[in-house]
Design a protein around this ligand. Sequence first.
Ligand code: UDP
Length: 240
Amino acid sequence: MRVDVLGVAFDNVTMDEAVERGLELLEQEGSHLVVTPNPEIVQRASKDPEFSEILSRADLVIPDGVGIIYAARILGRPLKGRVPGIDFASALLGRVAGTGKRLFLLGAAPGVAQQAAVNLQAAYPGLVVCGAHDGYFKEDGPVIEAIRAARADIVFVCLGFPKQEKWIAANGEAAGARLYIGLGGSLDVFAGKVERAPERFQRLGLEWLYRLMKEPSRIGRMAKLPVFLVSAVRARITEK
Ligand code: UDP
């Protein structure tokens, strides 16, 4: 059963359960979508019906940010815990490396996906990265063809939200892969262009604070978090 957090229904899964579901989807016919919403994505979905509809049809919806966990708690239906998209992706790669499954990386500035491919293959011996493409293309056709020709099983789509989810909904089937995961800025991290917060910050759920210290220009985006939690409080009161 899914847990509704301000209009987005989340799967109540631990990291291990999420990875197991991902592996199951990889074995099922058809193309599947995994989304990793944080509070910004939930807020966007509330104003964008097309985006909201895509999220509701996703095969796996994992709670990316600590803000989602807080909101779920405020709403009185707590989730098991945070499952950061990038950690989910890494854990999945740990399981598929050596199995022959083929990974395609789509997104970020030119050269970043290629660098991420090199780093991931070093980190996960036996991982097959079958192709990479930057995220600043004008036409979808050649990208779909590249994924199809590479015979990809898994595609990390890192175009930022809601572009990545809309791209997958429109083109996933045609590109022929089984599992598409929308992962925002993850390729920049895998490529070593953007540093992740140290473990201490991650453990305390303060990754957002570290990011803010590194990139103070994100303050505008992050100021939305308190608004998000206030919405949760308001929803809890009206639900009673
Ligand atoms: N991006 C892209 N194509 C676009 C717009 C963005 O490939 O048309 C990439 C961008 O280079 C970055 C990622 O999408 O690598 C979005 O990163 P951000 O940190 O904003 O995403 P978040 O993880 O916060 O959703």
